[in-house]
Ligand binder design. Structure first.
Ligand SMILES: [Zn+2]
Length: 319
């Protein structure tokens, strides 16, 4: 009889330990049922003098396989990853704060001093959106900063989500992106997929890494052929996607990245514009010339006010 209790108890503890990895009420219900069945089967086994103890589990993508000490095994379906991701996405502040169906969702004025992004955990994985040559990199181009990578493709090339996440934006963008998908990921980053010929996802849809979100195209661009304009942003601040992926080698560079202010600076520096004052020029003149307003110029030049004397040779920020 002591044997019976010890085996039953051991099975129960083992199953409890195993189920600490499960993450939903459904799993706990399954745990209870399974524990009960296990105890019951142990009782039957005891009565037949064939005791069976769960000794290990093997986790596959959708199931767990339980191994018993008599070398038998059985499947135990666990809650699917999709359900876990949904439960997380429904409650995490990553998906509830600053969640807007517009191109940029955050109001941060400056990038963070540093932020550690961990791409992979046991519920995450990555996929390179399109594996092809890079036509244009993350760099200053024709006076403006190109905030992503242009990856060559055709109109039939499927474009895939880089990480698990939730679609924040999936529509035609008149600002030059064309058909654009923006996905916010569990790791806190956002990825932008522009110029698509077809959109295969909807806003607020949960997607797993590798999900086809649309087909390649050149919507929103006037002069070039099909390509994927791919951006990676943290709180709307773009940084070089090649700090994360090697598109050429089709690999993720490490399992985390420490982003620093400098990683965002090239874009910020390129977006600023200065003007050297010449004879007869005023703030009103600058406002008209650079399509802005005097109050906006004053705002980005803290040392100036409306009564400041604007002298020849002064350097004034206009953008
Ligand atoms: Zn581009």
């Amino acid at each position: 009889m002591i044997n019976f209790f010890s085996y039953t108890y051991a099975s129960f503890v083992k199953i409890l330990l195993f189920n600490t990895h499960m993450k939903s009420n459904k799993s706990i219900l399954k745990l209870f049922c399974f524990s009960f069945c296990c105890c019951f089967s142990n009782f039957n086994s005891f009565s037949q003098n064939k005791l069976k103890l769960a000794v290990d589990t093997i986790t596959t993508s959708n199931d767990n396989i339980i191994l018993y000490d008599d070398k038998s095994w059985e499947y135990l379906p666990v809650v699917k990853r999709k359900n876990y991701l949904k439960a997380f996405a429904d409650t995490s502040s990553i998906f509830t704060k600053n969640w807007k169906n517009s191109t940029f969702a955050y109001k941060d004025k400056f990038p963070p001093d540093s932020v550690l992004i961990t791409y992979l955990d046991d519920q995450d994985k990555y996929v390179i959106p399109v594996i092809d040559r890079i036509n244009s990199g993350f760099k200053l181009r024709n006076g403006t900063f190109h905030k992503g990578l242009d990856i060559h493709l055709t109109r039939t090339t499927p474009v895939k989500a880089a990480f698990n996440g939730k679609v924040r934006y999936a529509r035609f963008n008149t600002g030059g992106y064309g058909n654009l998908v923006i996905i916010r990921h569990f790791n806190g980053l956002e990825t932008y997929y522009a110029h698509l010929s077809r959109l295969d996802v909807k806003e607020d849809q949960l997607v797993q890494a590798g999900k086809v979100i649309g087909l390649g195209g050149n919507t929103g661009v006037k002069w070039s052929g099909p390509h994927l304009h791919f951006e990676v942003r943290y709180h709307d601040f773009a940084f070089d996607p090649e700090k994360i992926f090697s598109i050429k080698d089709s690999v993720l560079l490490g399992d985390k990245i420490l982003l620093k202010k400098a990683d965002f600076h090239s874009v910020i520096a390129a977006s600023r514009k200065y003007h050297r004052i010449k004879s007869g020029e005023t703030l009103s003149y600058l406002a008209v010339r650079y399509n802005t307003t005097v109050s906006k110029i004053l705002k980005i030049n803290p040392k100036l006010n409306i009564n400041s004397i604007i002298g020849i040779g002064m350097k004034i920020r206009v953008r």
